[in-house]
Design a protein around this ligand. Structure first.
Ligand code: FAD
Length: 456
């Protein structure tokens, strides 16, 4: 029951820690604990037929299990310090980019070869955006697609399972420290280790809070992004998506000077439910395989909310908004843009007559009863701004799903080694609050593995 390294959470952060440790020191005894299922057992019961809505599984298969929240993601690995987290503030910009490229190389070796790397450098759309009060952020993005991403994960798992003890369906209940040795408790057993890497992602955010309280590790939380997922005919954005795949565009609203941004763009993709701690929100992804393409493109429009003293519970604020939409819609709500601007709810008939066929079954409703005015105004302004570079965005039949929330885990107090004040206890990935993406989370995993390797 004694390991050199225990990793809690088998998302991209945990996986890349395990990968790097086993590659560089095969003698290390490593265990990975994961509350969700192994990859092949992960399955969301929503089939759109018998089960149409989220049934609140004990462990959401979209968010938990080998591959973490990344398993059914779009597999967009953004290689940039401009968004996706603030890892570079801890480890430096150069190192962060170098590690993201290293992760990309590994993904290519394990099944991703042949997928396309897109780049904004020298894109003509930068000028077009500026001319329309929009800013296109710089990035290179590797799009694996949900299908290839899954294959990469499977291949990495096949390699890791020979060297690592995996404990699936085994949530860790507590972490304690005794004389420099970490004790990891599950429902039925207790394990010890010299180094512990916590990589529990968004789904582990509540648990992470408890651990920080118990071990007196500092945290701060003051930001959350709230908005909607937009779905429209793929042709409306095809000039951008064909060249860039994903365009991260930022707009400063005229009314409030708030920042609204596009996020997680999925050309020819589908909109999906996401369940975080019992709250149902939306997300999206798309496949690399053209046979699985839809006629629609989806992306999120998010407004960042930063709170100042005395309010600290930014996630609690967003949760209340998401709960309100769940209360009114029994889950995710859908509304035509034309209905929203006319101040009326969408109903089943209007959605049925809509020229855009929704890829997610959601309850027709009125998002203005859910989203705060300031946020909704920002989203509407941004839709009209995008309409100038992608005419058709502001069409009446553009679909809006709500709500989309980007919960930022509270930021855990970690140093430039991504270590807590306890030597050997690391917090990485989205669970640390400093990464919000596949590439940053994976890079943080490699980084701590190397830190441990230097100390072993
Ligand atoms: C539908 C969808 C699409 C996405 N698309 C993209 C995309 O295209 N590009 C991008 O950059 N990002 C995308 N993301 C976000 C991306 O998936 C995350 O940023 C990334 O997975 C974070 O990795 P992580 O390892 O930090 O955490 P996670 O992937 O969340 O993994 C954490 C793991 O820890 C486990 N865990 C939690 N608590 C415990 C506990 N107490 N004990 C044991 N295990 C525990 C969880 O079950 C989970 O499997 C998407 C997310 C979703 C849901």
């Amino acid at each position: 029951m004694k390991y050199d390294v225990i990793i809690i959470g088998a998302g991209p952060g945990g996986i890349f820690s395990a990968y790097e440790l086993t590659k560089k020191n095969p003698n290390l005894k490593i265990a990975v604990f994961e509350s969700g299922h192994s990859l092949e057992k992960r399955h969301c019961p929503i089939d759109g037929d018998k089960i149409k809505k989220c049934i609140n599984c004990k462990h959401c298969s979209i968010m938990s299990g080998f591959g973490g929240a990344g398993a059914f993601s779009d597999g967009k690995y953004n290689i940039t310090n401009s968004f996706g987290g603030t890892l570079h503030e801890h480890i430096g910009k150069k190192k962060a980019l170098e590690l993201m490229k290293y992760v990309d190389d590994i993904n290519m070796q394990y099944g991703g070869e042949g997928t396309k790397l897109y780049s904004t450098s020298e894109s003509k759309f930068k000028k077009l955006c500026i001319q329309n009060k929009l800013t296109l952020l710089d990035a290179s993005v590797r799009h694996l697609g949900t299908d290839i991403n899954f294959i990469v994960l499977k291949n990495i798992y096949n390699e890791l399972e020979k060297k690592v003890d995996f404990f699936f369906d085994t949530p860790v209940e507590s972490v304690s420290i005794n004389d420099g040795v970490y004790s990891i408790k599950t429902e039925s057993d207790e394990y010890e280790c010299t180094y512990c890497i916590i990589s529990v992602g968004r789904s582990g955010s509540k648990w992470m809070e408890t651990v920080c309280k118990e071990l007196d590790i500092g945290t701060k939380s003051n930001r959350v992004d709230i908005g909607v997922r937009v779905e429209l005919p793929a042709v409306v954005f095809s000039h951008l998506t064909d060249e860039l795949y994903e365009s991260k565009i930022v707009y400063r609203t005229e009314k409030f000077e708030d920042s609204v941004r596009t996020f997680c763009m999925n050309p020819n993709g589908i909109v999906v439910n996401e369940n975080t701690n019992g709250i149902v929100t939306v997300n999206g992804h798309s496949y690399e395989d053209k046979k699985l393409h839809t006629d629609n493109t989806n992306f999120a429009l998010l407004v960042s909310k930063h709170f100042s003293e005395p309010f600290e519970d930014s996630n609690g604020y967003a949760e209340s908004i998401a709960r309100l939409s769940n209360m009114l819609g029994g889950g995710v709500m859908i509304q035509r843009f034309g209905d929203l601007t006319r101040g009326r709810r969408s109903n089943a008939k209007r959605i049925e007559e809509c020229t855009v066929t929704p890829t997610l079954t959601a309850t027709p409703g009125d998002l203005s009863l859910v989203l705060p005015k300031r946020i909704l105004d920002g989203i509407i302004e941004m839709i009209y701004a995008l309409d100038k570079i992608a005419p058709g965005t502001a069409n009446d039949d553009t679909l809006l799903y709500g709500v989309e929330v980007k919960f930022y885990n509270m930021e855990v107090d970690i140093d430039e080694h991504l270590s807590t004040k306890y030597k050997g206890l690391y917090v990485i990935g989205d669970g640390s609050g400093i990464t919000h993406s596949l590439s940053h989370a994976s890079a943080s995993g490699v980084f701590v593995a190397r830190d441990i390797l230097e100390n072993v």
